[in-house]
Design a protein around this ligand. Structure first.
Ligand code: ARG
Length: 407
């Protein structure tokens, strides 16, 4: 009896050829597993194709709710954006897919899992490291990393074994998508000087095509988690999908990033992340209102650390647990509403309110009703400036009288 391998099956050329290759070249019985992380796919078509490619059995998991609740919203609460630009859509999906591969491997009594990643990217690292953390006994097979076939070889391989592949128009791009965003690379995008052609975008309109009139959205947060859109309480998956459609219509969420991969390569990737762009901006705005400046300062640093951790495949670590404990604690008063104006590619926060707001009109106003005691300011400044005056006298002025610091 052959050993079983559970393959993460997207239904594309790579993973369809991989089904056959795992069977022919490695002698496995192949269990194909498609994980739905928020992209509509035809289950029947994929199941038929996997069977035609030689899969022994086929599984489908709807992981949308789990993805949103346990991966996307925690990253949103963290404010996780890699290198200040990438909201981590692809990166966040990997540990979840690894976990589900392991779950199915256990159900099926498989001895290995397999994925369709190349040997140059981040995703292989995320899959492998996550799998090793969860199931050190499982073998990991990465056919694309191992087989040394190019695209034409793969097509020939598919023809030889009559694997039904849609080799439609020559699509020169490599894409990955889930409910949080779309990643697009390769082809002409590999020239960092070239503006991305309009046809790579699916979720977002160009600024030219976007409506002349702005659209306003109101997002309600409960402890850092978005719970309502325009006053209507909805589940996370629906909220993200609706918001993505609205923001994408207004050209919001296109990101052109020249990023640093974990494997040391700089690469150019384009992202479409309309919902992520709006939610991250809205969430940050609410934090500005509900966190102290010290909390904001530290949390900004923690957010960067968290983004690195997600990007670098370290999801299943104690470091993650520790950072998340801090992040979660910071969110206890991050509740309220944020109004965002979507217009011609921009998502601008134009209003915010919170029952736990630290903004005090009586303290901030320059108009009637000012409660700030301005007569206390000189005393405060006297003490605040004390070490500055002391140092200026003792060091700067006395040592170098020609360059007085205060002039
Ligand atoms: N660069 C992104 C990351 O490492 C996305 C990777 C997948 N991109 C793709 N076009 N297939 O998370």
């Amino acid at each position: 009896m052959s050993e079983k391998v559970v393959l993460a099956y997207s239904g594309g050329l790579d993973t369809s050829v991989a089904v056959r290759w795992l069977k022919e070249e490695r002698g496995y019985d192949v269990v194909a597993l498609t994980i739905d992380v928020g992209v509509d796919k035809d289950r029947e078509v994929l199941q038929t194709r996997a069977a035609a490619a030689g899969a022994m059995s086929y599984h489908w998991r709807n992981a949308r709710d789990e993805f949103v609740e346990h991966f996307i919203f925690p990253a949103l609460r963290a404010g996780a954006v890699y290198q200040g630009r990438y909201p981590l859509a692809t990166a966040l999906s990997r540990p979840l897919i690894a976990k589900l591969l392991v779950d199915v491997a256990r159900e099926e009594g498989a001895t290995a899992i397999a994925h369709g990643c190349t040997g140059k990217g981040n995703d292989q690292v995320r899959f492998d490291v996550s799998t090793q953390a969860l199931a050190p006994d499982l073998r990991i097979v990465a056919p694309v990393r191992e087989w040394g076939m190019g695209r034409d070889d793969e097509i020939a391989y598919a023809e030889r074994y009559q694997i039904p592949i849609e080799v439609t128009k020559d699509n020169p791009y490599s894409t990955d998508e889930n409910i949080w965003g779309r990643s697009i690379e390769c082809g002409i995008l590999e020239d960092p000087w070239v503006e991305p052609p309009e046809d790579i975008y699916i979720w977002t309109k160009s600024v030219d095509q976007a409506p002349e009139r702005p659209r306003y959205v109101e997002i309600t947060f409960e402890k850092g988690v978005p719970v309502a859109l325009d006053g209507e309480e909805i589940d996370g998956v629906t909220l993200i999908q609706r918001l993505a459609a609205i923001a994408g219509e207004h050209g919001v969420g296109r990101i052109d990033h020249l990023e640093d991969r974990l494997v040391g390569i700089k690469s150019r990737e384009i992202y479409e992340a309309p919902a992520a762009t709006v939610l991250l901006a809205a969430h940050a705005a609410l934090e500005q209102m509900t966190l102290s400046k010290e909390q904001i300062r530290l949390k900004t640093r923690i957010a960067q650390e968290y983004a690195e951790l997600v990007y670098n495949g370290l999801w299943f670590t104690a470091h993650h647990q520790d950072l998340m404990a801090y992040i979660q604690s910071t969110q206890r008063y991050v509740s309220g509403e944020v109004r965002v104006k979507l217009h011609k590619g921009h998502a601008t926060v134009v209003g915010r309110k919170s029952p736990k707001s630290l903004y005090d009109f009586g303290l901030a106003t320059y108009d009637q009703g000012d409660q700030f005691d301005q007569s206390a300011a000189p005393g405060f400044i006297h003490i605040w400036g004390l070490p500055v005056r002391t140092q200026a006298q003792a060091q700067m002025l006395s040592e170098n009288p020609d360059s007085e610091p205060a002039r």
